[in-house]
Structures are given as C-alpha cells and as structure tokens.
Design a protein around this ligand. Structure first.
Ligand SMILES: *Cc1c(COP(=O)(O)O)cnc(C)c1O
Length: 234
C-alpha cells in the first residue's frame, strides 16, 4: 500500500468511527467532545500509526511497554497511553512517556507508581483497572475490594487517580456488555462519593462494544481492530 492509499483507507475508517461515536452520543444525550478516541496501535507498524496520527487522532495507546517505548520514540508528538499490564520494573521508563496509564491493576503497582511520582515530585495520571466481568484470566481490582481501596486513595500523593478502566468480556451481541459498563459507571460514582476525588474518566469500550460503552458514559474508548484490521504489522 502506498502512503496515499493508506491515508485514504484510514480516513474512510476514521470517518465511519466518528459517525458511530456521534450517533451513540446522540442516542444518549451526550456531546461528542466528551469522548476521547484512543487508537490502540499494538497490531500495526509505526507507518500506519503515524498516518492515523496525521489524520488528527492525537491519542495513541499501546499495551506492551517495550512497544510503547519504540513507537513513542518514533512519534513523540502523539499523546501516548499505556493501556496494558505494566510491570513494576518498567515504571520509570514508561510513565515519563505517557499522558495516562489506564491499567493500574494491583495495589503493588499502585504503590510503586506512587513512590515514583513522589520521588519525581509529580502526581502521575492513572486509572484503576477493574475486573468487572470477573474473568479469571483478566487482571484488575475486583469490584468488591474497591471501596476499601478507595479509603486509602487520598493518601497517595504521587498519583492523580482520574477514574476507572475496564475491559468487557467478548460477546457477539455488544448489548450483553452493557451490565459491565453500567457497573463501572456505578463504581466510579461510589468511589467519587467515598473519596471526594473528581474522577472524571471512564475508559471503557473497544471495537466490538464502544457504542454501548458510550451510551453508558465512557469518556475514553480504545479502538484497534475497527481502525487497523488487515493493515501492515511492520
Ligand atoms: C488491544 C486493546 C484494545 C483494542 O481492542 P480492539 O477490540 O482491537 O478494538 C483496547 N484495550 C486494550 C487494553 C487492548 O489491549
């Protein structure tokens, strides 16, 4: 694919995604400006990621830290998001590169990021990943342990907890993901009440279910497949 063909293909796909985002907002009485699209570039080359960035998608996400380092070096102008599991020994190299870490999935990781932020005299923006679908294979805090964790959040001075993130289980019918998204929104409301923190963000919704997520209050959606399926990996 030439650069021109790639840009044309991505432009069509992006227009379709924007249309679907706008329709979901309309159905739920929300403004499109309330929802940020993070394009998850983990399956595509730097060339493809850059072409989408140049079409105006400023927020890019990677699930593996090493891959984020590599792409962030190639496209430093993008706003990078760490969306997958982060090992504690990669905190110092990853956090300075990102605008938001979505996948803080354990107390040990939270404490380690807090220590790094405190040492750097910064409040590092993070989301707490919640395992709403309660799948064994998935990481994240369980919804049941969240109230107890919430009590301790105001004592963390090296992080800025901006909200919650979840991944729904895959369902052919995206409406079956709705209870997961409703639960994340309600957990967010509950933690906001308990802590007094503003918690503006809910990061939920992927290619298969983003419209339902928007209807239920997503402020950030993370899309890979619907933008990048079939495009070059490297
Ligand atoms: C890959 C990935 C996505 C994007 O998933 P698609 O179904 O391809 O849109 C979203 N969130 C996380 C955490 C991911 O790893």
């Amino acid at each position: 694919m030439t650069d021109a063909e790639l840009t044309s293909e991505l432009s069509d796909r992006l227009a379709r995604v924007h249309e679907r985002m706008t329709d979901a907002c309309r159905r739920s009485g929300r403004q499109p400006s309330e929802v940020t699209l993070v394009a998850t570039t983990k399956t595509v080359s730097v060339r493809v990621a850059r072409a989408l960035f140049e079409l105006g998608v400023a927020d890019l996400g990677e699930s593996r830290p090493q891959e984020l380092w590599r792409k962030a070096e190639a496209i430093p102008e993008a706003r990078w998001h760490q969306i997958g599991h982060l090992q504690r020994n990669k905190i110092d190299k990853t956090l300075p590169l990102v605008v938001l870490t979505h996948s803080v999935d354990s107390s040990r990781l939270l404490e380690a990021i807090n220590r790094f932020g405190t040492a750097e005299d910064r409040r590092l923006p993070i989301l707490l990943e919640i395992n709403c679908s309660r799948e064994q294979a998935k990481g994240g805090f369980s919804p049941d342990e969240l109230p107890k964790l919430a009590e301790t959040l105001p004592t963390y001075t090296g992080v800025d907890v901006q909200g919650l993130m979840t991944m729904a289980a895959y369902h052919e019918d995206p409406n079956l993901c709705r209870p997961t998204f409703v639960e994340l929104r309600q957990l967010g409301d509950h933690v906001r009440q308990l802590t007094g923190l503003p918690l503006p963000h809910l990061s939920m919704g992927m290619s298969n279910d983003f419209e339902v997520a928007i209807e239920e209050g997503a402020t950030i959606i993370r899309l890979g497949t619907t933008l990048f399926e079939g495009l070059e990996a490297e």
